[in-house]
Write a protein that binds this ligand. Structure first.
Ligand SMILES: Cc1ncc(COP(=O)(O)O)c(C=O)c1O
Length: 400
C-alpha cells in the first residue's frame, strides 16, 4: 500500500493520541528506515530510544525466529528458559538482585510503585505510602505512572489521580528534603529527564538524594526506561553517578524493538513481593525475553555503551561548533546518545524540515530537539545527520 493510503487508513481507524507525522514506515535496518513509497530516512531517534542496537539487528531477528519455532508464550505459572537467562544477565551486569518482567515502561513504573509500597507496608506498617517524584518528569500514561509524572498537562482531564504522590523541582535537594514526611516511602527519579527536555541530574543532587534515602529509610527508585541499556554511555545511567538505586525500571531499549519492561531490585526490596502481589500474563514471555537477551548481549559484546559515550561527545562538539555561527541553537546537553538541542525557536519546524530531508529527529517540550540514534550508528551516518541538521538550521535562520 502506498504511503498516502496508509496514512489515510491510520487517520480513519487509529485513535487520535499521537501527533502523527505523515509517513508510514515499512522496513528498518541498522540506522535506517523506509516508508511505504520507498523513501529512506536516517533514524536519529530510533523509536524514541528503543532501537539501541539498530533496526532489525541480525542477532535479535535470529533469536526471535528461533524462539518463535520453540515456544512463543507460556504462563508465569511455569519457569521458562529465556526469561530466567535474561534475568540473570541483567543481575550479573547491574546492582540488582531480582527482576520482574512486564511489557512497557509505564507498567514497570506501576510495578515499582507497588513494590515500594509493599516493602514499606511490610517494614513500617501501612502509614508509609507516599512517593515523591520530580516536576517535569515522565513515567508513563497508566494511572499510577501518570500520577508519578510531574506534568500537569498530561494529568488534566484524567483526575482524580492516585493519592499519595508529591512533586518537587528536579536537581533541588533542599526542596526534596523539605518534602519528605513520616508518610514518605520512596523517591522516584529519572537520572536524566528525557521527555522533560533532556536534563541530566547533577552528581551532588543524586549523592544528596541517596544520603537522604539512607537517613530516612526511603527507597530510591530510578526510572531508567529511557536512560538504560547503554543509551547514556554507561549500561545504566546510575553508573555515571556512583549512586545505586534500590529499584530501577527498564523498557524501551531492553527488547531490541520487542515490547518488554522490567523492574530490577536489590536488598529487601527485591524480596518484598509475595505470590499474588503482582503479575502480568505476557510479562517475561519467552519470545520477548529471547529478543531482549539477544539485544542485551549485543550491547554488552559490542561495547555499545562506550560507543554511545564517544559518539555523544562527538555530536556535542560538532553542534557546539556550528552553534557559534547559529543563534537559533541555545545549547546542547545530555549524556551519551541521549541528547537535547535547546533552541531559541519552536522545534516543530526543525523536525519537519529534517524529515523532508530524510532525517528523523524528535521535538520535545516545544523547543528541544531530542536525538537518540542507535548506539551502533556509524560516524559516517552521524556526519550525514549533522550535515542535514546544520542545513536545516541555516535554512530557518535565513528565513527568520
Ligand atoms: C523515563 C520514561 N519512563 C516511562 C516511560 C513510559 O514508557 P512506555 O511508553 O513504554 O509505557 C517513558 C516513555 O517515554 C519514559 O521516557
Amino acid at each position: 500500500m502506498d504511503n498516502q493510503i496508509l496514512v489515510a487508513l491510520g487517520q480513519d481507524y487509529i485513535m487520535n493520541t499521537y501527533s502523527h507525522l505523515a509517513i508510514a514506515l515499512v522496513r528498518g535496518f541498522g540506522s535506517y528506515v523506509w516508508d511505504s513509497d520507498g523513501n529512506k530516512y536516517l533514524d536519529l531517534i530510533s523509536g524514541i530510544a528503543v532501537n539501541n542496537v539498530g533496526h532489525c539487528h541480525p542477532r535479535v531477528v535470529k533469536a526471535i525466529q528461533e524462539q518463535a519455532e520453540q515456544l512463543i508464550h507460556c504462563s508465569n505459572l511455569y519457569w521458562n528458559q529465556p526469561q530466567t537467562l535474561l534475568a540473570k544477565l541483567l543481575v550479573d551486569n547491574s546492582c540488582g538482585e531480582k527482576v520482574f518482567f512486564c511489557n512497557s515502561g509505564a507498567e514497570a513504573n506501576e510495578g515499582a510503585i507497588k513494590l515500594a509500597r509493599k516493602y514499606a507496608a511490610k517494614k513500617y506498617g501501612s502509614k508509609r505510602y507516599e512517593i515523591i517524584t520530580a516536576l517535569d518528569s515522565f513515567h508513563g500514561r497508566t494511572m499510577g505512572a501518570l500520577t508519578a509524572t510531574g506534568q500537569e498537562k498530561y494529568q488534566q482531564d484524567f483526575k482524580p489521580l492516585v493519592p499519595g504522590f508529591k512533586y518537587v523541582p528536579y536537581n533541588d535537594l533542599q526542596a526534596l528534603q523539605d518534602a519528605v514526611t513520616a508518610e514518605t516511602c520512596a523517591i522516584l527519579l529519572e537520572p536524566v529527564q528525557g521527555e522533560g527536555g533532556v536534563h541530566p541530574a547533577t552528581k551532588e543532587y543524586l549523592d544528596g538524594v541517596k544520603a537522604l534515602c539512607a537517613k530516612k529509610g526511603l527507597l530510591l527508585i530510578f526510572d531508567e526506561v529511557q536512560t538504560g541499556l547503554g543509551r547514556t554511555g554507561k549500561l545504566f545511567a546510575y553508573e555515571h553517578y556512583g549512586v545505586e538505586p534500590d529499584i530501577f525500571t527498564l523498557a524501551k531499549g531492553l527488547g531490541g524493538g520487542v515490547p518488554i519492561g522490567a523492574i530490577v531490585a536489590r536488598g529487601e526490596a527485591a524480596t518484598a513481593f509475595e505470590p499474588g502481589d503482582h503479575a502480568s500474563t505476557f510479562g517475561g514471555n519467552p519470545l520477548a525475553t529471547a529478543a531482549a537477551h539477544a539485544a542485551l548481549s549485543v550491547i554488552l559484546n559490542e561495547n555499545l555503551a562506550q560507543e554511545a559515550a564517544a559518539k555523544g561527545e562527538y555530536i556535542k562538539q560538532q553542534i557546539n561548533e556550528f552553534r557559534k555561527n547559529n543563534p537559533l541553537i541555545k545549547e546542547i546537553r545530555g549524556l551519551g546518545l541521549l541528547l537535547g538541542i535547546e533552541l531559541n525557536i519552536e522545534g516543530q519546524k526543525v523536525q519537519q524540515l529534517c524529515q523532508r530531508k530524510g532525517v528523523l529527529v524528535n521535538c520535545v517540550q516545544s523547543r528541544v530537539i531530542r536525538l537518540a540514534p542507535p548506539l551502533n550508528i556509524s560516524y559516517d551516518d552521524i556526519k550525514a545527520g549533522l550535515k542535514t541538521l546544520q542545513a536545516v538550521f541555516e535554512e530557518i535562520g535565513r528565513k527568520d
